[in-house]
Design a protein around this ligand. Structure first.
Ligand SMILES: Cc1cc2nc3c(=O)[nH]c(=O)nc-3n(C[C@H](O)[C@H](O)[C@H](O)COP(=O)(O)OP(=O)(O)OC[C@H]3O[C@@H](n4cnc5c(N)ncnc54)[C@H](O)[C@@H]3O)c2cc1C
Length: 385
């Protein structure tokens, strides 16, 4: 069996590696370079914290577990240091209390911390004035996406996967034995099955094959598809886990650097107009960082980007065969870093004839069956992504 995987992001490479390890002949076609899509600009927090509805929570919880199973105790690419969330106003504290209760009911580990316990976990943290509540989610962690890709690529290559970069797929069609894939450089490749893991380009590529996959598209600054990520220079700070505070999300980014996210600042995010690393916006990130981690005084912003989410029209993962073509399997998801190892295993099994019950609520045909699609909310509350 020959499977073509379109897209060499975290999702596509994970699926390719798993398929090949099951003895499948796999070719990956990538229009640019490996990992240069949304995977290159991700906060990469591994979690199922506050994911709704229940089926989406269960899918993401399987994603968290798959990271721990793949890298027990952590690895070069996975830091299972947990996640600490600080609430300092009534609305956030109420929301956090409700979430903690729901997480308890679902068996998702979380504990409330005293100021002393908080200090033990994060000695450099200066709690914001008026702090009401601190919660710790010990099973969560963060990923270094490029190192994750490196690990998956090693497995993929060892299992015989062929990867063609700078090879955009332009069209797909039914062929006598399955499918025919056309590329911009004039190749026509036959396959028994196609896995489309083309991220935010999925809608256009699927449409070229006659399949409607609705994704949210960037329409104006600050919409649901875009968000800033700022990377600092190396700083002498003791931080080995994710930290969510009212005005800033912070996580280590390797080599002493920190990765910053401030959801309220995303209202101006525009991929066509990215502020410079010495802009007023960058200074605002640094100001907020010093408020919670004073030892970062002297930090600079080295990189400021606008990430573009892979956002299905209802905010939920799309995974499963196309309604129109039995040879076409589609995967598109926000939360793609949390889900990549699980999707890698479970999509490979489904392409080879298995059935993953956790995917049942996320099939592509749901868009045909529903009269209205509820658009996902723009992430603005602390702890969203
Ligand atoms: C600001 C921000 C914060 C985020 N935070 C988190 C988080 O905390 N936790 C989390 O789990 N997720 C998070 N995400 C989401 C996560 O990063 C993505 O879901 C994930 O990276 C998607 O991976 P992918 O492989 O599906 O897509 P991509 O990485 O975009 O890969 C798709 C690939 O397909 C290729 N491609 C497209 N069209 C073609 C074609 N015609 N021919 C050949 N190749 C093609 C592209 O070039 C690309 O390399 C965040 C995203 C953003 C933007």
């Amino acid at each position: 069996m020959h499977v073509i995987v379109i897209g060499a992001g975290a999702v596509g490479i994970s699926i390719a590696a798993n398929l090949a390890e099951h003895g499948t002949q796999v070719t990956v076609l990538e229009r640019g370079s490996i990992g240069a899509g949304t995977t290159a600009t991700s906060y990469a927090w591994v979690n199922s914290n506050g994911k709704e509805p229940q089926a989406y929570f269960a899918l993401n919880a399987a994603g968290v577990k798959a990271h721990h199973d793949l890298a027990p105790g952590g690895s070069s690419w996975f830091v299972p240091g947990g996640h600490l969330e600080v609430a300092a106003d009534e609305a956030h504290a109420r929301h956090l209390t409700t979430r903690i209760q729901r997480m308890h009911e679902r068996g998702y580990p979380v504990q409330e911390l005293t100021p002393e316990e908080t200090h033990q976990l994060l000695p450099d943290l200066q709690l914001p004035p008026g702090t009401l509540q601190v919660a710790f989610f010990p099973e969560e962690g963060h990923v270094f996406p490029q190192l994750y890709l490196g690990a998956m690529l090693t497995r993929a290559r060892a299992a015989g996967v062929r990867i063609h970069t700078q090879t955009p797929v332009t069209a797909l069609e039914t062929a006598p034995t399955g499918a025919l894939v056309h590329t911009a450089d004039g190749q026509h490749l036959e396959a028994d099955a196609i896995v489309m893991a083309a991220g935010r380009w999925t809608q256009d590529l699927a449409a070229a094959a006659g399949t409607q996959i609705p994704l949210a598209r960037f329409s104006h600054p600050g919409d649901v598809t875009v968000g800033y990520l700022a990377t600092t220079s190396p700083v002498p700070v003791c931080l080995d886990r994710l930290l969510t505070t009212p005005r800033l999300n912070v996580r280590p980014d390797g080599g002493g650097r920190l990765l910053l996210q401030a959801l309220d600042l995303d209202v101006t995010a525009d991929p066509d107009q990215v502020p410079a690393p010495d802009s007023a916006l960058a200074e605002e990130f640094l100001h907020r960082l010093r408020e919670v981690l004073p030892s970062t005084d002297g930090a600079q912003i080295e990189r400021l980007v606008v990430g573009q989410r892979v956002m299905p029209a209802d905010g939920l993962t799309i995974v499963g065969p196309s309604t129109e073509h039995p040879w076409l399997y589609l995967v598109a998801t926000h939360s793609g870093i949390t889900l990549a190892p699980f999707l890698g295993q479970a999509v490979a099994q489904e392409v080879l004839g298995g059935h993953e019950p956790l995917f049942d609520d996320f099939r592509p045909n749901r868009f045909l069956e529903r009269a209205t699609i509820t658009a996902p909310p723009v992430p603005r509350r602390p702890g969203e992504q």
